[in-house]
Design a binder for this molecule. Structure first.
Ligand SMILES: Nc1ncnc2c1ncn2[C@@H]1O[C@H](COP(=O)(O)OP(=O)(O)OP(=O)(O)O)[C@@H](O)[C@H]1O
Ligand SMILES: [Mg+2]
Length: 404
């Protein structure tokens, strides 16, 4: 077997709504049934929550080689220098993402190796997490016999699978709306500039529907999902029916097929969409707007907004985002996976696919931002058994009712 043959990456996204595992073979996508006999090279898991914070830090070193040629060692040293930030004892660094290098005052260099200079500087983006949250997640995995190689910030993982290189170059904002949290990842000039997590998500929309209609959360969730499927254009135009005046179809939607225990069958579409859902969406995007302002990168993202996460499928979401943030908006689905099953080509799977993509590149040092990977956790038991266990666990969770 050559080095790349049979290289397997197991990606686990532990969300508040769903837990999903993707098992990917580098250059190929395999199904769980075919995975026996492969060994897992990397198990990579998501980490999120509003304890995620970021800062941008600069490192400076003198180039060590007397002839001034910059080596990978210099890069490692300058990144270490940038990492030397004072953090509260409860926080730890999970990613150090280099943004730009400066060699003897010449800014904006992406790959300085081989260049000649005396002074090397780097601008990095550092993402931190609460140490207790990291330990707890590690513990939860190890209790089921799984050792995780790396934890990756949710928003960063999603940005990997849904954003194009052009968008990142131009400047773009990824917003992953999950059930409990909304992740924000801003890119400028091709690299990560800002990361943040808001403690609000699509679960709040379900709550609002439950309260507004006086129904259970389960029923409210069903209605919410149903609404994102019914056609939005409900107006009969005059050219459709000769000479007839423009008529509005009834605003009522029929919920009979949902068979809700509350016996709710007819509700006003307008009340649900404009009266209940839209105000909450507007609130989410107002909070996102404040966060963009706080980042200091507002106005540097001409590629606009890319929405991901299950919440990105909420009815009317694009209009709300466009209006509140005054930027172009698109809904992103995971890209660049071969043989992917349709079911997973959905904004809700942006994180897990992004994790798999990051994991698949972890062996190739150059294809990930330098300084990206976490220290390897010793004793990673990469066996088919581990994957089977993971698959069983997550499969059970997916098949069981989501918790919200
Ligand atoms: N078709 C749909 N229409 C509207 N909302 C949807 C749809 N599908 C999923 N959602 C909502 O998206 C949310 C779940 O999103 P997602 O699967 O991204 O969450 P998660 O990753 O588990 O959560 P988090 O990232 O917050 O930990 C739920 O609130 C769910 O109701
Ligand atoms: Mg998520």
């Amino acid at each position: 077997m050559n080095a790349s043959e049979g290289r397997i990456v197991v990606a686990v996204d532990v969300g508040t709504y769903k837990v999903v595992t993707v098992i990917a073979k580098v250059d190929e996508y395999i199904t769980a049934e075919r995975m026996a006999g492969y060994s897992a090279s990397h198990i990579i898991a998501s980490i999120g929550g509003s304890q995620i914070e970021c800062l941008n830090s600069r490192g400076v070193v003198a180039v060590s080689n007397p002839n001034g040629e910059i080596s990978p060692t210099d890069l490692a040293r300058v990144i270490d220098a940038a990492k030397a930030v004072s953090l509260p004892s409860t926080k730890e660094i999970i990613h150090v993402l280099p943004r730009n290098y400066t060699v003897d005052g010449q800014e904006g260099i992406k790959d300085p190796i081989g260049m000649t200079g005396v002074r090397l500087e780097v601008d990095t983006h550092i993402i931190t997490a609460n140490s207790i949250a990291v330990r707890n997640l590690e513990k939860a995995f190890s209790e089921v016999g799984v050792d995780v190689d790396s934890f990756v910030f949710n928003g960063y993982a999603s940005s990997f699978s849904v954003l194009s290189d052009t968008e990142k170059e131009l400047g773009v904002i990824l917003i992953d709306i999950g059930a409990g949290t909304t992740d924000i990842q801003i890119y400028t000039e091709g690299s990560v500039a800002y990361s943040s997590v808001l403690a609000i998500g699509a679960r709040h929309i379900t709550n609002d529907l439950a309260i507004g209609l006086r129904i259970s959360l389960e029923s409210a969730e069903k209605i919410k999902l149903y609404l994102s499927q019914v056609p939005q254009k409900r107006v009969i135009r005059p050219d459709d029916a000769e000479g007839r005046k423009e008529q509005k179809a009834s605003d009522e939607i029929d919920l009979a097929e949902l068979r809700l225990p509350e016996d709710l069958t007819k509700v006003s579409h307008k009340t649900l969409v404009e009266g209940i859902i839209r105000p909450r969406l507007n609130e989410i995007f107002t909070m996102v707007g404040l966060e963009i302002k706080k980042s200091g990168f507002g106005g540097q993202t001409p590629a606009g907004i890319v929405l991901a996460g299950g919440g990105a499928m909420t009815v009317g979401i694009k209009d709300s985002a466009k209006r509140m943030l005054a930027m172009p908006v698109r809904v992103g689905t995971p890209q660049n996976m071969k043989g992917i099953i349709d079911e997973i080509q959905n904004p809700a799977y942006a994180t897990v696919i992004g994790l798999a993509q990051i994991g698949s590149r972890m062996g190739e040092e150059k294809s990930l931002p330098f300084g990206f990977s976490l220290p390897k956790i010793p004793g990673m038991g990469g066996s088919g058994k581990v994957m089977k266990k993971l698959f069983e666990l997550t499969h059970e969770r997916i098949l069981s009712k989501p918790s919200y």
